[in-house]
Design a protein around this ligand. Structure first.
Ligand code: MG
Length: 171
């Protein structure tokens, strides 16, 4: 999976050009996919320092935001079912199926192993569940990041109002 730092390095590139008629000054630019920011005159060292700082800050932001969406993109790349992008029902049925498989593994652990689950087995089934969650979000035109953020916002709000316990979707 691509790290924020790798992506940031691709997005921001420092461009230093010697300023005309100047022995020591440099034009500093940050070259991005969306255009070129021509910043100001200064030394090459200042330009590189600015670019490094911008890269680091962008990498931090990307690392906070991207992993879920990157996973969602990767899930999409491995999707094989009819009418991808217009087949919400398929993904919902898939989630129900994989949730059932997860429950089945738990049931068998209770029956055969005193309720002790094999973590590796559960990781695989949970991953299958996650894959369908990601694909349902894609079918709905949502990012996983949005789904997660809205869920966190909802739970924080309930905690603040002391209504985490209880029932009802819109409490
Ligand atoms: Mg499975």
């Amino acid at each position: 999976m691509t790290s924020g730092q790798e992506l940031s390095n691709k997005i921001i590139e420092v461009v230093c050009v010697p300023a005309e008629n100047s022995g020591t000054e440099w034009w500093i630019g940050l070259n991005t996919h969306n255009g070129f920011w021509d910043t100001s005159c200064g030394s090459q060292k200042i330009a590189e320092t600015c670019a490094n700082r911008a890269r680091d800050e962008l990498a931090t932001i990307i690392d906070k935001l991207l992993p879920m969406n990157t996973y969602q993109d990767l899930a999409k790349q491995t999707a094989v079912y009819p009418d991808i992008g217009r087949n919400l029902i398929y993904t919902i049925l898939g989630l129900v199926g994989e949730s059932g498989e997860l429950a089945e593994k738990m049931k068998k652990a209770i029956r055969d192993n005193g309720g002790n689950v094999d973590t590796e087995t559960m990781v695989k089934e949970l991953g299958d569940v996650l894959w369908y969650v990601a694909m349902i979000a894609s079918e709905l035109g949502l990012t996983l990041q949005e789904v997660a953020q809205k869920n966190v916002d909802k739970l924080r709000d309930r905690r603040k109002r002391n209504v985490l316990h209880g029932s009802g979707d819109n409490r």
